[in-house]
Design a protein around this ligand. Structure first.
Ligand SMILES: Cc1ncc(COP(=O)(O)O)c(C=O)c1O
Length: 389
């Protein structure tokens, strides 16, 4: 039957926070202070790429800057320009560029451009000349990660061009930086090799008459364990979000900023012998009570976790049972002694004592905590608490 009521074209679609991530900006500030302590005299650049590791780049940036971070790092120009659009005026470096990246946009927004190839520097120069403005450039050098970065063999020709561009004031030469391959193994000799190569790159630039204003190398793991790699600035990402870059070594006193949670949709009894969820992979061996939680793989709960994790309700951990579905999971409450009810909050992972930790998901799935915080998506509503809001 056709709808009896005509749909109202003015109807406003409000997000329904059945499933959400809550980001604690006080935890971000706490983590930045820990990193700053380890950094000593070095400044802290907070890495907010990938929307602040899925925590909200602008909110994290503001909280981190208020807590003493000096600069921000992103991968793309567009991520950096978005921060400017959010009113953030601190120095921002973006480092994953191509020869046809929109450098004009970066220069106009006063974004520092990380250059990893001669063609990129040519692209920056062209855009700066067209705009009639000076571009700020940092050279990303490859000291052994063999991913992005200028290889040693190509460095002299980049320096030749950079020298000419600096002389004509098309470019301001800000920094030389590089990225470590094995920082999560602090004593690995590759770290020392990269340090040596880094120093050689700096020396080569000086031989070309090019003195960077600063140099930087350390990510979270190095910032927390290798003070000898701090140079002028450290560039932490994951530790800012409260997750350890070396979980088997220490949590470094960091506080996880993200809580992934959902509201219990309903609670009901299941009789002994009944199967639960698709495929009946879990069967009740006794009469029990289950809670339906509206978070599934479309929201970022990996299907591979099915039957292998637990959820906190009122400080008690309950096992998730059966398959993870697209939109929901089921949790076994047993006799439900705590009296869990529809509307209660189920924490999938979070930062409070008693909460499941993102690291547990990483361990179960054989991955790293970085990937876990990037999972929540789709219908998940993100809110921020704490900070100077
Ligand atoms: C160039 C660069 N610097 C710093 C970081 C931050 O690394 P982490 O999150 O391990 O601290 C990253 C992240 O991949 C990076 O690509």
């Amino acid at each position: 039957m056709e709808g009896v009521n005509k749909p109202d074209p003015q109807v406003e679609n409000k997000p329904d926070p059945q499933v959400e991530i809550v980001v604690d900006l006080d935890a971000i500030a706490h983590n930045v202070r820990i990193l700053a302590e380890h950094a000593g005299d070095a400044a802290v650049m907070v890495v907010v790429k990938a929307d602040g590791y899925n925590h909200g780049a602008a909110e994290v940036a503001r909280a981190a800057l208020a807590a003493g971070a000096r600069e921000l790092g992103t991968t793309t120009v567009s991520e950096a320009v978005e921060l400017r659009a959010a009113g953030i005026t601190a120095p921002i470096l973006c480092w994953l560029n191509t020869s046809d990246t929109d450098y004009a946009n970066a220069i106009a927004a006063d974004i520092e451009i990380g250059v990893s190839a001669l063609t990129q520097l040519e692209g920056v120069a062209k855009a700066a000349r067209e705009l009639g403005r000076t571009a700020t450039v940092s050279l990303k050098v490859d000291t052994g990660l063999n991913r992005n970065g200028i290889p040693a063999a190509e460095f002299p020709e980049v320096l030749d061009l950079l020298g000419r561009l600096v002389a004509e004031e098309t470019v301001r030469f800000r920094a030389i930086f590089s990225h470590l391959a094995l920082a999560d193994e602090p004593q690995h000799p590759v770290n020392d090799m990269q340090r040596e190569r880094f120093l050689e790159f700096i020396a080569t630039a000086k031989e070309h008459g090019l003195q960077p204003e600063l140099v930087h190398l350390a990510n979270s793991a190095a910032a927390l364990t290798r003070p000898d790699l701090a140079f002028d600035m450290v560039r932490p990402g994951i530790a800012v979000y409260g997750l350890s870059p070396i979980p088997e070594l220490s949590d470094f006193g960091l506080r996880p900023a993200m809580t992934f949670r959902a509201r219990v949709l309903r609670v009901k009894r299941v009789a002994a012998g009944e199967g639960v969820s698709y495929g009946h992979e879990w069967t009740a061996d006794r009469d029990t009570t289950v809670a339906l939680v509206p978070a599934g793989y479309a929201d970022g709960v990996p299907r591979l976790l099915g039957g292998r994790f637990s959820v906190a309700l009122g400080g008690v951990r309950y096992p998730q049972i059966g398959r993870v579905c697209m939109d929901q999971i089921v949790v076994d409450l047993g006799e439900n002694e705590a009296g869990v009810r529809a509307g209660d909050t189920a924490v999938l992972f979070g930062g409070e004592p008693g909460h499941p930790h993102a690291q547990e998901w990483a361990d179960t799935l054989g991955t790293i905590n970085y990937e876990i915080v990037c999972y929540p998506r789709g219908r998940v509503v993100r809110t921020h608490v704490g900070g100077d809001r």
